[in-house]
Design a protein around this ligand. Sequence first.
Ligand SMILES: *[C@@H]1O[C@H](CO)[C@@H](O)[C@H](O)[C@H]1NC(C)=O
Ligand SMILES: *[C@@H]1O[C@H](CO)[C@@H](O)[C@H](O)[C@H]1NC(C)=O
Ligand SMILES: *[C@@H]1O[C@H](CO)[C@@H](O)[C@H](O)[C@H]1NC(C)=O
Ligand SMILES: [Mg+2]
Length: 572
Amino acid sequence: MRRFKSSSSKDQRVPTPDFTENTVSNGLEWESGLNPMKFMGIFVVCLMGLSVLFSLSAILQNPPSESLWTVAEARPLDVLPQKATNQEEDLSQPVEVPKDKLFGDLLPMGFDRESCLSRFESLLYRRELPQKPSSYLISKLRRYEALHKRCGPYTELYNKTLTHLKSGQYTSSSDCNYIVWISFSGLGNRILTLASAFLYALLTDRVLLVDRGVDMPDLFCEPFPEVSWLLPLDFPVTHQFNSFNQKSAESYGNMLKNNLLGNLSRSALPPYVYLHLVHNYDDHDKLFFCHQDQTFLQKIPWLIMKTDNYFVPSLFLIPSFEQELSDLFPEKATVFHFLGRYLFHPTNSVWGLISRYYQAYLAKADEKLGIQIRVFDTGTGPFRHVLDQILTCTTKENLLPEINRKEPIVTSLGKHKTKAVLLTSLSSGYSEEIRNMYWEYPTVTGEVISVYQPSHEEYQQTEKQTHNRKAWAEMYLLSLMDKLVTSSWSTFGYVAQGLGGLKPWILHKPENRTAPNPPCRQAMSMEPCFHAPPFYDCKKKTGVDTGLLVPHVRHCEDMSWGLKVVERDSEL
Ligand SMILES: *[C@@H]1O[C@H](CO)[C@@H](O)[C@H](O)[C@H]1NC(C)=O
Ligand SMILES: *[C@@H]1O[C@H](CO)[C@@H](O)[C@H](O)[C@H]1NC(C)=O
Ligand SMILES: *[C@@H]1O[C@H](CO)[C@@H](O)[C@H](O)[C@H]1NC(C)=O
Ligand SMILES: [Mg+2]
């Protein structure tokens, strides 16, 4: 808890903890028993006497303002069939993958191989993992697929439910309930939130529909057989997605605040509710994570969610989900790992980027190390203190060998072991320095080190399509490494470690432009960190440290107020 204290200073500048520069994060004031704020809600008893444990102070590095949150995202006017976009790729190498080996039955059968090669070929690139999905998770996924097929876009039941939505009339008779995920924030965040939304769908028997945003169909294959997960373009609420924010009258938090849900008469209930789970959400919005509120939300056929956070850890704290989660994930810290591998298959254009790079530079190395650098200081770097930190971490943790500055050649017996380093960063400076170092001096072990960096865009270009394809390819390539070093707060790193099943060495966040000591530590689990969790005890209706309630939900290594899922016996 040492870092917990140091991170809670009031005026700490907290830049964006994710892959996009244009997002705001919340610095947090952690003080016990301050400002008990009370408010009334007729509908739910649990709304009484809410203590506010912390306040958000959104502090920005660059000057973006609140308006950035409502920046209109360009939306495609037309559906591009996924197949048609991938003509230019040549992935014709024949590879045999046994049909029964789709991740120990995690993935469904019945997909056409050519339309999404990664689904079949990724097995050839990935290491075998000790963790296996539970049979309960597998059967749950098969049941979900059946539900999706019955209720997905343009099915009879979908059309029927949509009629009610269009008429603005609430009906509880629908057989199908939905969670609509709005495409929002940078790519790393989107992958994490989509997995969170899918878990929520599994827990609440909802059908997940995906807003395609600018580029979702360009990046990801369809994960469910036969019926698309993409929200139809004529969905009546889509035009409001960009404007949904903390102030929206349709949000659950504001409905509570305005007592709109006080009237339990069913005819007065709204046909849909907007869930604002963006990091700037308020205490009313956060009641989403209370059992009583979930009981109410069950009655709403359409939930429309906007979030930039991996909120899975807080689902583990809702009593009504406890048993189900424990059955689905007997090894708790595998949620993103399995759901990520189930959901996220790169499209052929992205798979081309991944497989070509892997074969050209990584496949032959005896060992592969991924280093993911994300610097939250202003400017792109490279920075000396960051380089020092990387080198101290990798040599101290025996991830890379030391160099011998005294002798021109170090001879070693036998074959020289080769180690490939895949480094991702906006700046090319770090990989150049490390590559140079291992050129100018021999390693003390005789190992041969090669350093590769796929791209260096110097700044983030979140809107550009090729940029996101490459960013997705880089995350995926990192996930194929044997070991991983990641930067604090980076959703890019979370995705790589989760998909790869890797517990990364996390580089502590440099303070004051000096390399921290120790430079890094290995993560407790491969799960991503929830950066903006609520600190509220729904039963006692007071503030509480949600990182101390159960052994398998703890504060994160890289963000002292964040929450992550760990195995019960994880060391602190
Ligand atoms: C649902 O509605 C769409 C048009 O909105 C139509 O094309 C489709 O056939 C309908 N589905 C069924 C099963 O009737
Ligand atoms: C609840 O809603 C119904 C129908 O909309 C209305 O007739 C009734 O007066 C409302 N009751 C309260 C307490 O607002
Ligand atoms: C940060 O650096 C400045 C000047 O280099 C120094 O005065 C200050 O004490 C440092 N702060 C911390 C927390 O190390
Ligand atoms: Mg992001």
